[in-house]
Write a protein of this length. Structure first.
Length: 348
């Protein structure tokens, strides 16, 4: 299998058949080899710098009912909240003082935040912090809405495609949602000039090797600037409450393949990875990841943004998270930098 890993590093591309082989005939040894190669590529592109994003979870209302998600609309046990514009600006101020130069506004698909409100919020943040990047992660919208946010100053947009296989998508979502629409949204976001992030869950229910092959091929074709992957973790109040989590080994291996396939990609070591293993984020970075996303949401709402069970860092102040991650990154020879952390198009 090493020859396929070498080929992926060299050519940044594999056929469907080659991906299938790589995913089915893995061994501990080839996993480690892929992760070492990916670690080297990360260092070539981004040095020892790790980008940090301040995550502000500003609403946990959502009109959708994805079967895996703890804040899906039919979860009556979720305590719903919305942050006001003022609350959000307080988070940004605190984040700025801690050295964050990217803010990520993340929320469910919440109709309360009309385009007018969102545009005013985006303008407000960009006016006060013109040196910061603003990332949105607020789901599927129309092209007009995406354009309005972009014109108001939003720089990046995260929208995980979850699975590129339509049949698998239907097993994870109710009939009113469509994977095709989601993938179209991603193409529109790219066209509008956003640094665009797609991604999938590792080990989600019903996921097969063929689904994963489609995910890699889709990501190669889309060529996003960011890819977010993390292990599936069940939430107790969802139809998938008794499903096994995705594994550390699989997540690290797929992170490595993504770094080899898309060398310049902005690739987070996610909180979900830190949830399934105490050193998950460090191992993620050593497997090719170059971004961490600590939480800037007020501690009073953190536990309410429970997408899955056991989420870490829900009781810590933003400063604690920031310094904890700095120490963790330093322990593996990396450094969190005060930088917008844009996509790099040239190797160092
Ligand atoms: S995954 Fe996103 S769109 Fe789906 S229910 Fe959860 S917050 Fe809503």
């Amino acid at each position: 299998m090493k020859h396929l890993i070498d080929k992926l590093r060299r050519e940044q591309d594999l056929s469907a058949e080659e991906f299938r082989m790589l995913l089915t005939e893995r061994s501990k040894e080839t996993d480690l080899y892929a992760r070492e190669q990916a670690d080297q590529v990360r260092q070539q592109v981004y040095g020892n710098e790790i980008y940090v994003r301040g995550l502000i979870e500003f609403t946990n209302y959502c009109k959708n009912d994805c079967y895996y998600c703890g804040i899906r609309r039919s979860n009556r046990n979720a305590q719903r909240y919305r942050l006001t514009e003022e609350d959000i600006l307080v988070c940004c101020r605190e984040g700025y003082e801690l050295g964050f130069r990217t803010f990520v506004l993340q929320g469910g698909e919440d109709g309360y935040y009309t385009d007018e409100k969102l545009v005013s919020l985006i303008r407000g943040i960009k006016e006060i912090y013109p040196d910061c990047a603003l990332t949105l992660s607020i789901g599927e919208k129309s092209e007009e809405s995406y354009r309005a946010y972009r014109e108001a100053g939003a720089d990046r947009y995260l929208l995980r495609h979850e699975t590129a296989c339509e049949e698998h998508y239907r097993k994870l979502h109710p009939a009113e949602m469509s994977g095709e629409n989601r993938r179209n949204c991603l193409r529109i976001l790219k066209k509008l000039g956003y640094q665009t992030g797609a991604g999938f869950m590792v080990g989600s229910p019903f996921q097969t090797v063929d689904d994963l092959v489609e995910d890699f091929l889709f990501l190669k074709e889309l060529d996003p600037e960011m890819v977010g992957i993390g292990p599936f973790i069940a939430h107790q109040d969802t139809p998938f409450h008794d499903r096994e989590s995705g594994t550390l080994e699989d997540t690290l291996f797929y992170l490595a393949l993504l770094r080899l396939m898309l060398p310049n990609v902005l690739l987070p070591a996610t909180t979900a990875l830190g949830t399934i293993h105490p050193k998950g984020r460090e191992l993620g970075v050593r497997s090719g990841a170059n971004v961490v996303m600590p939480n800037l949401s007020p501690v009073s709402v953190r536990k309410k943004y429970m997408l899955y069970d056991g989420k870490i860092c829900t009781g810590d102040e933003a400063a604690e998270c920031r310094y904890c991650l700095s120490r963790r990154m330093e322990a593996i020879g990396c450094q969190i930098v005060t930088d917008r952390g844009d996509y790099r198009t040239v190797h160092r």
